[in-house]
Structure formats: structure tokens, C-alpha cells
Write a protein that binds this ligand. Structure first.
Ligand SMILES: *Cc1c(COP(=O)(O)O)cnc(C)c1O
Length: 370
């Protein structure tokens, strides 16, 4: 293993977050911050401005940070955006799409789900038809990179249809934002949601939404939840110069500021995307050479996380394989697909092509069943 890139950790996390972070990101947490002091609030405001700039080259977008893991921010965005007499259409093809539907169900929100199955992309004709026929629908939500499988959904094509129909568009870009170039203006997205511990390579503790300002402005009083009210959180941050409504994850925020600076130093989202794409290429080519096959066809596959079929061998046991890889410095991820027997390997985080090459060597050594 290359010691230079070895994070201060006995192994790399090849998972979709929390993931391997750099030493400076971890070190940034070695200080205590006062939540209402200017030093800290300036950091928050700087993060907010940077996130909005990452999400679109156009003005007219703003960002809100929210305590909790990524799901809290998805729930906050849905609760804040969809009015009491609104109706949400969810395009689902995996666990995270299903979770959006579950969120709607729990808050008693009128909703409908178009489920294309875990290995298919959303059916755009069906989307068009549904929007034509069900005029009660006001909002449409989809996951960009479905982390269940690694599927990359066509958010731009979907956005075109959603905007043609005049609906509000919400994208869960949790596992892609900062790692795959996108511009909310091109997508027609009104809200995108992500979190600290994915492609921006921070540590877990908060999520965020970037929202079209004119849309968020209309959301006052809609949220069914007090603590997850993104409109009120936004107002507080706007009017009190970066103050959060309730105790904020100060250390995590400071680490995130460092992670954003490192994203910029690396050359921005396009350069990070190129690194992830190269990581992914080395991963898939290497695994295929060793006899593994991917769940998804290449044209559906994101350069973020990849599902591989478990070997069809009587002696193969995922946990034993996992243990051998962990001993060699790599932690992988079990599968989550219901209809297939898979495991997953992520290639995002503070990991580099030489680390992915080392991984392939470790996989070869760990194939005890051969
Ligand atoms: C990680 C992730 C989430 C949020 O998961 P948390 O465990 O709540 O952080 C939501 N959607 C997608 C697509 C994700 O990858």
C-alpha cells in the first residue's frame, strides 16, 4: 500500500460514505468553535456561497445546511417544498428512491411512485403520460446516482419533461454532487440535496440543499416538521449571517470547509470527476480480468459505486472475502439489490488510481475459493 496516500486509518473505506477522508480534513476537527461567534459563522456563509456556486454558474440559487445525515436533508427538502395540497411523483429504481416515497408516506403526503425496477432507468414515456394524466402532481423527485446499484439516472432528460409540464423538480444528488459535473440550471432542478460525507469528501454530520431562490421563497409555513424546516433554517442563515437554528455540528462544518478547499485545489468538480472515472475504470477492468461481472450494463453505470455479482462458487462466502480484503487494507460494501446477489465497491473519497490498483491486487490475493 502506498503510505503517502494512506489515510490515518488501518483501511480505505470503499463505500459510498462515510468514505476515506484526507488527514487535513480530519485534523480540521481538532478545535472547538462557538456557534454564534463570527469566526464560525463566516465559515458557514463561505460554505453556503461555495455550494451554490458549485451547483450552478447562474445566480438565483441559494443553499441551506441541515443537521443530520443525508436522509434528514431529503426529508427536509420534501417537507419544505411540497405544500399541503400538493402531490409528489417519485421516480424510483432502488432503495433511495423508495426511501423518498416512504418519507412522503410517513408525512401523509399525497404521492405516486413510478418504479422502473433496480436495473432499469426510469421510463420517460411513462413519466410524460403520468404528468399528462394526473394533473394533481405538483412536484417530481428522482435520485441522480442510485447508490443501491450504482445506476446513473438521466436527470437532464427527466428535468426537461418535468419543466415542460411546469412541475417543481427535486433531485437527490447525494452520492454525485461534487463528483459528477452538473448545473441546476441545465437540469431545470429547483432543489438538489446532498451531504457532507459523499463526493465533497467531508465527514458525516450534516446535509444540505441547493435551491432555486424564487422557489424556496414560496415555502414558508409548508414544513410538517419544525427542526427539518428548510425555509426557516434558510431564513435564519440569511438573516443572522450563517447562524443555524439549533446546535450545529461545528467540527463537521469546519472539516467540510477544508474538504471544499481541497476540492478546489484538486481543480474542481471536473478534475475530481476525472479521478473518479479513472478509479472506476481500473476497478472494473481489474475485477473483470479476475472473472467478476458487473450488475449493470456500462451505459447505465456511474463512476461512483459499482455492483458486482457474487461468484457462483460453493465455497464462496461474502463475509470471508470481506474479512480477507479488510486485512489487506480495503473495506467494501455488501449488496443492497433485492433481485440479485451482489456486493458493491465504491471508488469515491480520498482514494487514487494507485490505491485502486492495490485493491485489485488485494482482491486477487483474497479469492480463496479459486
Ligand atoms: C447516502 C445517500 C443518501 C443518504 O443516506 P444517509 O445514510 O442518510 O446519509 C440518500 N440518497 C442517496 C442516493 C445516497 O447515496
Amino acid at each position: 500500500m502506498d503510505a503517502k496516500n494512506m489515510p490515518d486509518n488501518p483501511y480505505f473505506l470503499l463505500t459510498p460514505g462515510p468514505l476515506s477522508t484526507s488527514k487535513p480534513v480530519k485534523s480540521a476537527m481538532f478545535r472547538d468553535w462557538c456557534t454564534w461567534d463570527k469566526d464560525y459563522n463566516d465559515i458557514v456563509q463561505d460554505i453556503r456561497a461555495r455550494l451554490a456556486a458549485l451547483a450552478s454558474r447562474n445566480n438565483g440559487y441559494t443553499s441551506v445546511l441541515m443537521q443530520g445525515s443525508g436522509t434528514f436533508s431529503v426529508e427536509a427538502a420534501i417537507s419544505t417544498a411540497v405544500p399541503h395540497d400538493g402531490k409528489l411523483l417519485v421516480l424510483a429504481n432502488g432503495h433511495y428512491g423508495d426511501r423518498i416515497a416512504l418519507i412522503a408516506q410517513r408525512m401523509g403526503l399525497e404521492h405516486t411512485v413510478l418504479d422502473s425496477g433496480e436495473v432499469q432507468r426510469p421510463d420517460l414515456d411513462q413519466l410524460r403520460q403520468t404528468l399528462d394524466q394526473d394533473t394533481a402532481i405538483t412536484h417530481v423527485a428522482v435520485v441522480h446516482c442510485e447508490t443501491t446499484t450504482g445506476m446513473l439516472n438521466p436527470v437532464q432528460e427527466i428535468g426537461r419533461i418535468v419543466k415542460q409540464a411546469g412541475k417543481v423538480y427535486i433531485v437527490d444528488a447525494m452520492s454525485s454532487f461534487g463528483g459528477i459535473p452538473l448545473d441546476m440550471a441545465d437540469l431545470g432542478a429547483d432543489f438538489i440535496v446532498s451531504s457532507a460525507n459523499k463526493c465533497i469528501q467531508g465527514v458525516p454530520g450534516f446535509g444540505f440543499a441547493v435551491a432555486k431562490k424564487s422557489e424556496l421563497e414560496q415555502c414558508q409555513g409548508r414544513s410538517r416538521s419544525l427542526s427539518l424546516d428548510m425555509h426557516d433554517q434558510w431564513q435564519e442563515m440569511e438573516n443572522k449571517n450563517g447562524k443555524w437554528r439549533y446546535t450545529s455540528p461545528t467540527h463537521v462544518v469546519r472539516a467540510f470547509a477544508q474538504a471544499l478547499a481541497e476540492l478546489e485545489d484538486e481543480g474542481g468538480v471536473a478534475t475530481r470527476f476525472a479521478r473518479y472515472t479513472e478509479n472506476h475504470r481500473i476497478l472494473v477492468e481489474g475485477m473483470r480480468e479476475l472473472g467478476f461481472s458487473t450488475l449493470l450494463p456500462d451505459e447505465f453505470q456511474s463512476p461512483i459505486i459499482t455492483s458486482f455479482s457474487n461468484p457462483d462458487h460453493p465455497d464462496y462466502d461474502f463475509m470471508r472475502f470481506y474479512g480477507l480484503l479488510k486485512e489487506r487494507g480495503f473495506v467494501i460494501y455488501p449488496g443492497k439489490v433485492t433481485g440479485a446477489n451482489t456486493f458493491r465497491i465504491g471508488n469515491i473519497g480520498h482514494v487514487f488510481p494507485q490505491d485502486m490498483r492495490s485493491l485489485i491486487g488485494a482482491v486477487a490475493e483474497s479469492m480463496y475459493w479459486r
